[in-house]
Design a protein around this ligand. Structure first.
Ligand code: HEM
Ligand code: FPP
Length: 311
């Protein structure tokens, strides 16, 4: 089906649309605010860690642009995924499947905010950061959402790069370039994304099967997914310590990130061991929730150290 045909079908499918304009809270929901809050925080840490000084106003502009660009990509993701979001219990209350906002409105909103955030970042901060933001939005919307998500169980491994770029964009907003340090920040999120997501996908397996999305638990089964979660967690733990190993974080960060990494692996091993019933589900939820705490803590520690050393 061509994109135009798809769009027409989606508009007809929105027969449940209540006829009014979506409310402000519906538009805010289109930006996936809770997920994006951590994305924005990692971008902020990238900006704060970068060497050199950016004028505080430009720093705020950069973070706002990254936040709006990230939200816009969420809106475009919801526009494209409306047909599967309506099938999945976790997502069916989103503004498009719930009939609060039409696909056309979401598309226009997402495109407008994407263009606005990229141009503002490019014009006011620097064009390298602006182009990086445009690339990241395109990666999430076109490469992950439109292409990989529905075609391969490795969707989130490759597509996860989109969620890992924001600290590099924050860094680039200050320096106009990339560096080993900013690449390490990318690598932490890149290695973190698969266990973060597969822990949830193991529990929500039925949703993805119903929506015919080839997530790893659907295609390869729960045993293979548990193995994958454990392997990625074991790889993630040393990557989390890399800022210390490479000399841009203190021994305190090294010890804290190693401890958090060991807990991460222990929780992944717990998923690997507990395979049946409520205990298996509880183990998945524990790792999913801890994954968010883990990433937040690593970046918060890095931020704290940069503030102390800059004071
Ligand atoms: C391809 C990569 C990723 C996938 C497939 C993924 C998937 C998910 C899913 C399905 C949820 C469930 C809850 C919801 O829909 O709100 C979720 C929650 C969450 N994700 Fe991810 N995620 C990815 C990357 C990231 C990244 C890069 C971050 C931040 C750096 C992140 C942060 C969060 C947070 C904070 C939540 C909890 C939201 C809440 O409080 O409900 N995720 N993720
Ligand atoms: C600056 C910029 C553009 C940042 C983008 C950040 C980004 C790509 C975050 C990915 C986060 C995420 C929730 C993916 C969800 O996958 P999904 O869409 O398959 O989840 P769903 O089933 O909940 O819709």
């Amino acid at each position: 089906m061509s994109l135009v045909e798809r769009q027409e079908t989606m508009n007809q499918d929105s027969a449940v649309w209540d006829g009014g304009m979506g409310s402000v809270s519906d538009y805010v929901a289109l930006l996936k605010p809770r997920v994006m809050s951590l994305v924005i925080f990692t971008a902020f840490v990238g900006l704060m860690l970068a060497p050199g000084n950016v004028h505080p106003v430009l720093g705020i502009v950069a973070i706002l642009c990254i936040a709006i660009g990230a939200g816009a990509s969420g809106a475009l993701n919801m526009w494209y995924d409306a047909d599967i979001d309506v099938v999945m219990t976790r997502t069916r209350k989103r503004p498009i499947p719930a009939g609060k906002i039409t696909p056309d409105e979401a598309l226009a909103f997402g495109i407008t905010l994407s263009i606005g955030s990229v141009l503002t970042l490019g014009l006011l901060v620097n064009w390298f950061a602006g182009a990086f933001l445009a690339f990241t939005i395109a990666f999430y919307v076109i490469v992950y959402t439109m292409w990989l998500k529905r075609s391969t169980p490795q969707n989130i491994v490759i597509g996860g790069a989109a969620g890992a770029f924001p600290p590099m964009i924050g860094w680039a907003s200050v320096t106009g370039s990339v560096s080993l340090e900013s690449f390490v920040l990318f690598l932490i999120i890149f290695m973190w994304t698969p266990p973060h997501f597969w822990a949830l996908a193991l529990v929500k397996n039925g949703d993805y099967t119903a929506a015919k999305v080839p997530m790893l638990p659907v295609v390869a089964g729960p045993t293979s997914t548990r193995n994958h979660i454990l392997i990625y967690s074991i790889l993630l733990a040393p990557v989390g310590v890399a800022p210390y190993l490479l000399g841009f974080a203190s021994l305190f960060y090294g010890a804290a990130s190693a401890t958090l990494g060991i807990i991460f692996v222990a929780l992944a091993a717990d998923i690997w061991r507990k395979r049946e019933g409520d205990a298996a589900k509880a183990a998945c939820w524990r790792l999913f929730k801890f994954s968010i705490f883990y990433l937040f803590m690593l970046f918060a520690l890095l931020l704290g150290e940069s503030l102390i050393s800059g004071a």
